[in-house]
Ligand binder design. Sequence first.
Ligand code: 13P
Ligand code: SF4
Length: 331
Amino acid sequence: MNTTQDLSKGYLDIEINPSLDLFAEIEKLKKEKNAIILAHYYQEPDIQDVADYIGDSLGLAQNAEKTKADIIVFAGVHFMAETAKILNPTKKVLLPDLNAGCSLADSAPADLFKIFKDKNPDHLVISYINCSAEIKALSDIICTSSNAEKIIDSLPKDQPIIFAPDKNLGAYLNKKTGRKMLLWNGACMVHEIFSLEKIIKLKIRHPQAKLIAHPECEEAVLNVADYIGSTTQLLKYSQTNSAAEFIVATETGILHEMQKSNPHKTFIPAPPNNNCACNDCPHMKLNTLEKLYLCMKYELPEIIMDENLRVAAKKPIDKMLEISRAAGLIG
Ligand code: 13P
Ligand code: SF4
């Protein structure tokens, strides 16, 4: 068996004995290797259930920063595992499937972004964490959907800003903060395809339901939402709001935790403008429990980074964590 980092498929393709209890095996491997599993809410339910921490991008970055584990197993997409590696150069960071990318991160190629940035030399660059390490290295501050407003508000009102790569989140933030940030023209394939028409029909059929939406959604969807927030903020809202029904306009993975923590409430995934009833991120869903087990057993695939790039990408992430701490958003 070839267990070098040169994995032609991006994951280990090894047959697993079907009688193995993968949940128990993963727990055993965690202890044996002093490994921690950090998972995003968009991961499949089985992965969320074996994770040590499930969270939004800010919570995941903070947990990656403070963990004492020797191995970080990142059940999420590449930019998330890369962020964990940037913060932990001496730790082994594993991603069950190296092909788990992100359409939003891909919408900002670093060479084109550099030209855009050079054309606006008086602008500071705030980049959403959903971007490559190369884009992070070209940025002044990183943000996530749960701290973006505070990060923008920490800058003088007259400071020109470039916001990348998500134009929908950027437009939402321009509205919220009264800024005129220059927006990079990127978007997330999952949040862009919600159907306003189908959502409105759902709202008519469920008049008491609250529509909750992620700010990566298009403006037309956000305009009819009762609450807008990061995945963690949407989850908290579903726990604290007294409504019995929620229409959820974000990736469907979050419904697992919403349903688990609110067993008597009903969660309806907002429909996309195709023939599917719900909206999965094809990148997030590349990770499976089997791949998670193999990646922990063989400690592959691993995130490897160029040290100069890592150091340059760390600066704007540190700045984000510093502002978030000062604003009381993280401990
Ligand atoms: P948050 O979990 O930070 O809200 O991000 C959502 C997302 O699209 C991650 O890919
Ligand atoms: Fe990227 Fe969108 Fe998938 Fe999140 S949901 S990983 S932003 S493609």
